[in-house]
Design a protein around this ligand. Structure first.
Ligand SMILES: [Zn+2]
Length: 274
């Protein structure tokens, strides 16, 4: 059984403000360690639940956040840029996806470190008129390969979003969001316990034949991005994009994954390392 673990940073145990997330942030080095520890808890849970192969994808910012030397040696690490497609090595040979350290979609009230893709410039992201956060986008891309997201970890708002989008998903709630830059959190040590237990349960249930929710694949996908500042909309307007209003740009794709470089399986490249 093969598990693919996508790791973001905003929803990591112990992190509550942007200082932990930015490369030049005062607490970025601590953020890297905390993100690596949550990842290791998820890897341990996956293997103890019955996985025999785990790929970790370092997703936050420009990637390169996780401490390679401290990663559970049983996992393979996919890191670096460019990340095209968004989920390289995620194809139909994967049985389930974990989204670790994720955050609620842009505009979710009281959600810790909420945003969709760009905290700086994106106000709203919709697909065929429906607002999506990163959890919805990533669950959709995985679903195009027939792979369910079986676990999500982050704050209570992210967990509520996950349960709403993917009923039956396992969640590991490691903090209670209070404001964009404030949360009531578990200690990282307890966060790891919660993530480990949820990861183990998720894989055990998958092994026992549980059918996790696969979102309906949207095709074609009409994507609207509403920017916070009009100059970002000015810059984004161009080939394959239509100006809807001052702040909003619309593009059409055969599938949502095509906005992010398509699916790994489109490339026909076999994974040569296990
Ligand atoms: Zn992030």
């Amino acid at each position: 059984m093969k598990i693919y673990i996508a790791v973001d940073m905003e929803g990591i145990s112990g992190i509550y403000s942007s200082e932990y997330l930015l490369r030049d942030g005062a607490k970025y080095a601590v953020g890297q360690r905390l993100a690596t520890e949550d990842t290791n808890a998820a890897v341990r849970g996956a293997f103890d639940g019955g996985a025999d192969e785990v790929i970790v994808a370092d997703m936050h910012g420009m990637s390169g956040n996780l401490l390679v030397e401290s990663l559970d040696p049983r996992a393979l690490l996919f890191a670096g840029t460019p990340r095209v497609p968004r989920f390289a090595f995620l194809d139909e040979t994967v049985d389930g996806v974990f989204l670790i350290g994720y955050h609620a979609m842009a505009g979710t009230p009281y959600a810790n470190l909420e945003h969709t893709m760009s905290s700086k410039s994106w106000h709203k992201f919709t697909v065929n008129g429906k607002a999506y956060g990163e959890l919805g986008i990533d669950a959709e891309i995985a679903a195009e390969s027939g792979v369910p997201v079986i676990l999500a970890s982050g704050d209570d708002k992210l967990c509520a979003e996950a349960e709403h989008w993917l009923p039956g998903i396992e969640t590991a709630c490691v903090k209670h969001g209070l404001a964009r830059q404030a949360a009531l959190g578990l200690s990282p040590e307890r966060g790891h316990e919660v993530i480990y237990a949820a990861a183990k349960r998720a894989v055990e249930a998958l092994k026992a034949g549980k059918h996790y929710t696969l979102p309906e694949v949207v095709s074609p996908a009409t994507v609207d991005i509403t920017y916070k500042m009009m100059e970002d909309a000015d810059a984004a307007e161009g080939f394959n994009a239509v100006r809807v209003d001052g702040y909003t740009i619309e593009s059409r794709f055969p599938r949502l994954s095509d906005k992010y470089g398509g699916l790994w399986s489109d490339r026909g490249i076999e994974q040569k390392i296990h």
